[in-house]
Structures are given as C-alpha cells and as structure tokens.
Design a binder for this molecule. Structure first.
Ligand SMILES: Cc1cc2nc3c(=O)[nH]c(=O)nc-3n(C[C@H](O)[C@H](O)[C@H](O)COP(=O)(O)OP(=O)(O)OC[C@H]3O[C@@H](n4cnc5c(N)ncnc54)[C@H](O)[C@@H]3O)c2cc1C
Length: 426
C-alpha cells in the first residue's frame, strides 16, 4: 500500500509558508505550525512602527492563505521541542504531531550582543508586536512632552536607532518623515524642531552589504532629512535615561530602538543538534541535518553556506528559495531520487531611505538610486506582499501618504513588554 508522507513545517514565515505552498496539491499531507495565526511581512515592519500602514495590512491570516489547499492544514501552537528518534514534534500545549519529514523554519530573534541594558530598556523591531510597541512608545513621548515641555531637555523627543543596516536606515528615514511632516502639524505646545532621530552604527558606513556609492547616498539622504548619523559609534550600555558610547560619552534618550542584529531562534538551543557559533543549526549542502536525512532547516534558523563556506545572508529570498528546494527535494526523495545541493540565486538588495529615495543593487552591477530606486522598491514589495487585499490597502496607504504627507495609523495601544527578545519566548 502506498502511504502519503506526512510533512510537518515549523514556522509560517517566509520559509515555512513557501514550503507549504510549494507542497500544496502534491501527494503529501502537510501540517504547518506557527505560534501566531498570521504571517509577518517583516520588510514593512518599519512602516507599521512609523504609522505609515496598519499591522493587519502586512500580516495575512495563515489559515486564509492555505485554505484553498486540500493537503495543507494549519495548527496554531508553540513548538517546545522535537523527538527526532520518535519523529514527533512536541508542542507547548496539546498532543505531539508525528512526521515523516520535518522542515524547521522558526527564524531568528533580536540579539542584544551582550550589551548591558538592551533587554530592559531598548525596543527590538522583529515582530508585529514590536512594531506596534515602537509606534505607541514614540507617540507617547510626544504626548508626554505636550503635557510637560521641559521633558525635551531629558531627551524625551530623541529617538536613537541602533544599527545602520537596511532596517535601521529605513526606520530612521520614516521616523524623520513622521516627525517633520506629520507630528509637526499635530503638536503646537512645544518646539517640534527639538525632536531628533539619531542613527548609531558601529562600523564606518551605513548599509554594510552595499557598494560605497549606495552607502554614501544613504547617509546623504538621511542627513538631508535631518537624521543625525553617527558612524564608528559603539554603544556599551543602554539605561532608562540614555545610551553610553565606548568613548565615554552619553546621549540622553528615553527611546532606543535596537536594529543591530538577530540570532537564531532559541528553539535551536533546545533541539540538541549541532549549531554554528551564532547559534544556527548546522546543515549539509542539501539543507538536511546530519544523521537525520528526513529533517531540513531553512531560513534564518539554519547555517547554510555557499561553496566557499560563506554563510548565506539572513534574507527573505534565501528562506524562500531554500523552502522551494526542500519541498521539491522531498518530492524527489519520494520518487527515490537524491536531493541536490542548494544554491542561492542572488537577485539583488534594496533599501529605502524615504520619499523618492532608495538604493537598489541588482545583478549585472545595475545600481538604482533616487526616485527610480524608490519606485522599484515600492513595486517589488507590493508584488511580494501576500494577498490581494493587503497589496491594495498598502498601495492606497502609500498613495495617500505621498500626496497628503500624512501617516494615518497613529493610535496608541498601551505597550506591553516585548516577547521577541526573551530567550524563552520564540
Ligand atoms: C525589521 C526587519 C526587516 C527586514 N527586511 C527585510 C527585507 O527588506 N528584505 C529581506 O529579504 N529580508 C528582510 N528581513 C529578513 C527576513 O525577514 C528574514 O530573513 C526572513 O523572515 C527569514 O525567514 P524565516 O522563514 O527563516 O523566518 P521568519 O519569516 O521569521 O518566520 C519564522 C516563523 O516561525 C514562527 N515561530 C518561531 N518560533 C516558533 C515556535 N517555537 N513555535 C511555532 N512557531 C514558531 C514565528 O512566529 C514566525 O512566523 C527583515 C527582517 C526584519 C526583522
């Protein structure tokens, strides 16, 4: 009798959801598990954090995405561990789930790199909750200053963004726009010109993975928008009143947003599999785990490397290409064939800086900047956003924001403590 293989996919992010969609309609029984009932389109988290779009618009329901696939079911649960010998996934609550193939795609969490005070006082930007928390915190600072303008002297209106990678740059540009174009019209009881965005980067350049030309353009464009860019600035501690630098100086602030990096999801530590120095799970070149050819690791959770031994970047296209490779690999294995080596096809990188300003570096050394770069950034993100409704709503928001200089999603939801930076949470 021919049995249908049971494929369990942990995580409905870029990797996991793509794996499930690639297996849809094939002779497999797929169970997709995620702790949330939605998929997070992280490239636009900074837009949620700066009131440009609402959280729902970048987070389609996973059930909605998979409901048309008869062989895919979704299970909302938190995975606690895996019994590799018994081939069962253990959940924090509920019965274990048996598998024939397992795809681990639980992603990454924010990393404080051991800097004291980050966990307690800085805000990560890794999840949808983080983004709404950042938005609420920033808006609350303005409301507090409206009640007591003397708070400006204590750094109430200074937002320090740590990390000059794409996320930090995009966030700084959008915050500057929120302050100067939107909040400047909302608040009249104090000098809004005292509001400041500071971009702190430990190395000598923004956008480390980009060409010097794009790096210079990003810096120029941010500074033109009033962002205070501090390069070669290493933060040694964060506390409730500000940040301390390695040179002994301090900057008063009540709002520190930590975009300095991520580490593998702590689930990796609980699985007992070999891990890289950064905590990701070591994989072979076909993305399987040593001694477990039925277990695959994809996306930010895995330590896949190219032929020269360099780790692949932690990007959505890497996770998605790995997901397709693994899904097709499972089908190949079912036909008695070997799974091939994974090879990432790099289609380029992009970062937006603000209104009519972005840098894009594409194959064949094509570099786009300014308005052209910005339009290509907008188009690409709309195409990759899941669901027609979300695309339409985001497009309408962008057009509205562009012509009215407004950012309409400015409600304050009283922030709760972050869960994505706690090691036991993910
Ligand atoms: C702010 C930000 C901006 C970014 N911008 C870009 C960009 O512009 N372009 C780009 O290419 N990349 C970008 N990235 C990186 C990109 O988001 C990641 O590389 C990509 O999401 C990795 O995909 P993944 O499937 O490995 O993990 P994720 O997409 O993070 O998905 C992991 C999933 O696993 C679930 N999960 C975790 N633990 C458990 C558990 N124990 N039980 C059940 N479910 C669990 C999570 O809820 C989540 O849904 C950005 C990342 C961030 C944080």
């Amino acid at each position: 009798m021919v049995t249908t293989p049971r494929v369990v996919v942990i995580g409905a992010g870029f990797g996991g959801l793509t794996a499930a969609r690639t297996l849809a309609g094939t002779r497999t029984q797929v169970t997709l598990i995620d702790q949330h009932n939605f998929h997070t389109f992280s490239p636009l988290l900074y837009e949620v954090a700066t009131a440009g779009i609402g959280p729902d618009d970048i987070a389609p329901s996973v059930r909605g995405v998979v409901r048309g696939y008869s062989n895919v079911e979704f299970h909302m649960a938190r995975v606690a561990s895996v019994d590799f010998d018994g081939r069962r996934v253990r959940l924090a609550e509920g019965d274990p789930i048996a598998y024939d193939y397992l795809v681990l795609a639980a992603g990454a969490v924010s990393s404080d790199f051991g800097v004291p005070g980050v966990r307690e006082h800085a805000l990560p930007l890794k999840s949808l909750e983080d983004a709404t928390r950042v938005r609420s915190m920033v808006l609350q600072r303005f409301e507090a200053t409206d009640r007591d303008p003397s708070l400006v002297e204590e750094g109430e209106l200074r937002v320090v963004v740590v990390g000059g990678g794409p996320t930090g740059v995009e966030l700084c540009g959008a915050l500057a726009e929120l302050f100067t174009k939107v909040l400047a019209r909302d608040f009249h009881g104090f000098d809004i010109g005292r509001a400041e965005v500071v971009c702190v980067e430990g190395t000598g350049a923004l956008l480390g993975a980009f060409s010097p030309k794009s790096q210079a353009e990003a810096r120029r464009e941010l500074e033109a928008r009033g962002v205070n860019v501090r390069l070669d600035a290493m933060i040694t501690a964060v506390d409730a009143d500000g940040v301390s630098f390695v040179d002994g100086t301090r900057l008063a602030t009540k709002t520190v947003i930590w975009c300095a990096g991520v580490k593998a999801n702590p689930l990796a530590d609980r699985l007992g599999l070999p891990q890289s120095k950064r905590g990701e799970i070591e994989v072979r070149d076909d993305l399987t785990v040593a001694d477990h050819p039925e277990v695959f690791v994809i996306g930010d959770l895995g330590a896949a490397r190219d032929r020269r031994g360099r780790p692949y970047p932690q990007l959505a296209p890497v996770a998605m290409q790995q997901a397709r490779h693994v899904a097709r690999g499972i089908l190949r294995r079912e036909r008695g064939k070997k799974i091939r080596r994974f090879r990432y096809v790099d289609k380029g990188s992009m970062a937006t800086i603000g209104r009519r300003s972005a840098v894009a570096e594409l194959p064949f050394r094509i570099r786009l900047g300014g308005t052209l770069g910005w339009l290509s950034w907008l188009g690409l993100h709309l195409v990759f956003l899941i669901g027609f409704r979300n695309r339409l709503v985001v497009l309408v928001n962008w057009v509205w924001n562009y012509f009215t200089f407004d950012r309409g999603n400015r409600i304050i939801i009283p922030p709760e403590p972050s869960t994505t930076r706690r090691d036991d949470s993910a």
